[in-house]
Design a binder for this molecule. Structure first.
Ligand code: MIG
Length: 757
């Protein structure tokens, strides 16, 4: 195999808004998407369509560049790209001239056969965060990774690859930040100095182009905002999907599903969602119901609805080969399935036995798939769980020559799950008449946030998996994904009651709070752990429901800026070394002002690192100075959760489901602090798309520390809040005072009254 290194550039021109540079080996094109986003694509063949499944924005028509002797300088208000022409290398600088990221000048971009790799300079203090669902530490320096979507059943906390591909990382060095998104769907590789004795980093793929977007904004938040501008942001999720979700593989009959739902209501443990895993189907045929065990799906779902429950059902991609099965016959007739190169249909075995696999890369197939959900939406299903879409089949090794349209498996594998989620989202959105569908997918690629929530797959019932899961959630949050779950309690194996309790205490602070377990594992509902622990778990679930106004507003923030709900501390405290210490790396901010320290179930005290500023423990209002490590007691009833001084947290009194109106009181909790703060409160009907035409309720709530006042700004939007009363709850002020006031459309102020007055 030959090595081809990108050599000298002979021709530099501007064509259709792109800078075009030619060398003997290849052609490079450069586009400016915004002052902070520059795309570089180096290809041997630009004849193919320039299509990306991730990117939804277009480049600017115009940019500023000049050709000097052996370099080209491309300048925006925020960035400078210096392109060395002999040989062709790309080097990015901040506007003030400080280097952000540069090619390794020796090797730059090169090819070995179809494999294309970019070698980059590694700075002495450089750290890396990102890549989404990846094993290892928060700081990925010294690690290497492969993206190749895999059904990672029985994975450990070091397994790579897992289910998803997010070829986007953020580099941090010298107080600077930059991001790099390698938009290439082939099997890809990232090495952050792991195997080069820290002399360089590199990334690349088995095929396709060296096609990357460089983000030069300063601050991780700004990079995330740019990345999600480019690849899209999530929509408002249905409010019910933020309630407690009870799943298992499987509740085996309609009776069992209903019994479990009833038990939540009998016990007054709040919950919103029940799941049907694969056994609701007839012979695992997608879009069917088992006639014996689920004889009347509509009847069952009506009963669930009467109890304020929603149902989510699973779908897998594999379509069973069965002459009496509609989806099979249609798929064959219309040539919708993946094939061998000679035209034979590709067959592999999964749950239903021998199956064919829809080509979700094809729009007609997506439309067909989407329309088939009628069998589920007609009886009333509103949530759709997409599993096995890596895609998985027994053996896990779909041959390289399998074709999806005109593409072979290696090129599409990493986007198959995303395209299945896209088909599911579009189809069910169409069928649900202005109701928001809830989509959950296991496999994903950059941009999936536009269609679906994700969960982290088949974890295990151990303390180390619980902490690992949090790290995955935090890292997925750096990819535009915000609605993310882990199987609380652990999928494989049985948790101790203590682990179950501890894991549930993280539940309120997990973007998607879902309890799930594998076939054959112990039952996991909150009442399976003894009376005393049931009460603890119930309190955790109640805490989730109290926090929903805060959480929902947090998701609104995700829709606007791409900031995730669960935020690694590296987002806001980027230059604080302690944040990357493996002792503290799992800690995260949940929304703007809550800090959570996940902690194993076998200890009762723990060191927590509180970043700069003052913090209050949520459970006690005890105040701590930040910028230091504090030792915190953490019995199973009290996870270390803190609120930032000045934090504003809207809460509500407990309801049993998001379908309940509640008592109409919005509690605004405020923790005393020296700095002014602000919270954007957002509410809408929680179920429809009317918010997209102005039917929402939004107002800025701010805290003025000097005046000890909470100011409610003017209401924006035409939705009538379900909260008719506001009550401010003051924390950390001298004495205690509560002031109630009628809610209205005016701006108004509530002051803390000094008790000594
Ligand atoms: O081969 O549908 O990750 O959540 O319960 C296993 C059965 C298939 C894997 C999913 C898991 C789900 C299970 N599925």
């Amino acid at each position: 195999m030959q090595l081809e290194i990108l050599g000298n550039a002979d021709i530099v021109t501007e064509q259709n808004g792109a800078l075009v540079i030619k060398t003997r080996q290849a052609e490079a094109r450069v586009w400016v998407y915004s002052p902070t986003i520059i795309r570089v694509c180096i290809s041997k063949d630009f004849s193919g369509l320039d299509e990306s499944l991730a990117v939804i924005e277009k480049p600017l028509d115009d940019f500023t560049w000049q050709h000097l002797t052996d370099i080209v300088e491309l300048t925006t208000s925020a960035l400078k790209l210096i392109i060395n022409l002999k040989p062709l290398r790309f080097n990015f600088y901040a506007a003030n001239g400080q280097p952000l990221s540069e090619d390794d000048q020796r090797f730059g971009t090169n090819w070995q056969g179809d494999r294309v790799i970019n070698y980059r300079k590694l700075y002495a203090d450089e750290k890396f965060i990102g890549l989404g669902e990846k094993a290892g530490d928060l700081n990925r320096r010294g690690c290497n990774y492969v993206n190749w979507n895999t059904d990672a059943a029985m994975h450990t906390i070091t397994t790579d690859p897992l289910y998803k591909t997010f070829p986007f990382f953020i580099g941090l060095h010298n107080g600077l930040t930059y991001g790099l998104f390698f938009d290439n769907t082939h099997k890809s590789y990232f090495d952050f100095g792991a195997t080069t004795a820290e002399q360089m980093s590199w990334f690349g793929a088995d095929g396709g182009d060296m096609n990357y977007y460089f983000f030069g904004a300063q601050g991780v938040r700004n990079i995330l905002e740019d990345y999600t501008w480019l690849t899209g942001r999530m929509e408002m999720p249905p409010l019910w999907s933020l309630g407690y979700q009870q799943c298992r593989w499987s509740y085996m009959s309609a009776d069992e599903v209903l019994d479990v739902a009833r038990k939540f209501r009998e016990k007054n443990i709040p919950a919103d969602v029940m799941y049907c895993d694969i056994d609701y189907m007839d012979g695992y045929k997608i879009f069917t119901w088992n006639k014996e065990t689920f004889p009347d799906p509509k009847g069952m779902i009506d009963e669930l609805k009467a109890m304020n429950f929603r149902l989510v059902t699973i779908v897998d991609p594999g379509i069973k080969i069965d002459e009496n099965y509609n989806e099979y016959k249609e798929g064959v007739d219309k040539h919708y399935f993946a094939t061998y190169p000679n035209g034979e249909l590709y067959t592999a075995s999964v749950w239903p036995g021998r199956c064919h696999f829809p080509d979700f890369l094809n729009e007609d197939v997506r439309d067909w798939w989407g329309a088939s959900f009628k069998a589920l939406t007609d009886p009333g299903v509103e949530g759709f769980w997409n599993d096995m879409n890596e895609p998985a089949a027994w053996g896990q090794n779909i041959p390289w020559l399998v074709k999806f349209g005109d593409k072979f498996m290696p090129e599409i594998r990493n986007v198959y799950g995303m395209q299945m989620a896209r088909a599911t989202y579009n189809g069910t959105k169409g069928l649900l008449n202005n109701k928001r569908p809830f989509i959950l997918t296991r496999a994903a690629y950059a941009g999936t946030q536009r269609y679906s929530a994700v969960w982290t797959g088949d974890n295990a019932a151990t303390d180390e998996h619980m902490l690992f899961g949090q790290r995955l959630v935090n890292s997925l949050g750096l990819t535009g994904m915000s609605l993310i779950g882990v199987d609380i309690g652990g999928f494989m194996g049985n948790p101790t009651p203590e682990l179950m309790v501890r894991w549930n205490s993280l539940g309120p602070y997990t973007p998607m709070y879902r309890n799930h377990a594998a076939l054959g594992m112990s039952m996991r509902e909150p009442w399976q752990w003894g009376k005393a622990y049931e009460q603890v778990i119930k309190k955790d679930i109640e805490q989730r429901y109290k926090l929903l106004p805060y959480i929902y507003s947090g998701f609104y923030q995700s829709t606007q800026t791409g900031l995730p709900l669960s935020r690694t501390l590296a987002i806001d405290y980027t230059t604080d070394e302690n944040v990357f210490d493996t002792k503290y790396q799992n800690q995260f901010l949940f929304g703007d002002s809550i800090l959570v320290a996940p902690i194993i179930s076998t200890v009762e005290s723990v060191d927590v690192y509180l970043p700069v500023g003052d913090w209050y423990r949520l459970s006690t209002d005890e105040k701590f100075a930040g910028g230091q490590v504090v030792n915190i007691s953490c019995p199973l009833t009290d996870l270390p959760v803190f609120v930032k001084a000045g934090g504003i947290i809207p809460m509500q009194n407990v309801i049993q489901s998001t379908n309940e109106a509640g008592d109409g009181v919005l509690l605004i909790h405020v923790w005393n602090g020296d700095e002014a703060s602000e919270f954007v409160f957002y509410e809408d009907d929680g179920t429809s798309y009317d918010y997209q035409s102005g039917v929402y309720y939004k107002r800025v709530i701010s805290f003025d520390p000097q005046k000890r006042e909470v100011v409610f700004g003017l209401v924006e939007g035409s939705f009538v809040s379900k909260h008719s009363k506001v009550q401010v709850v003051w924390h950390g002020f001298e004495g205690d005072s509560k002031v109630g006031m009628e809610n209205n459309n005016q701006s108004f102020t509530i002051s803390y009254s000094y008790l000594s007055f």
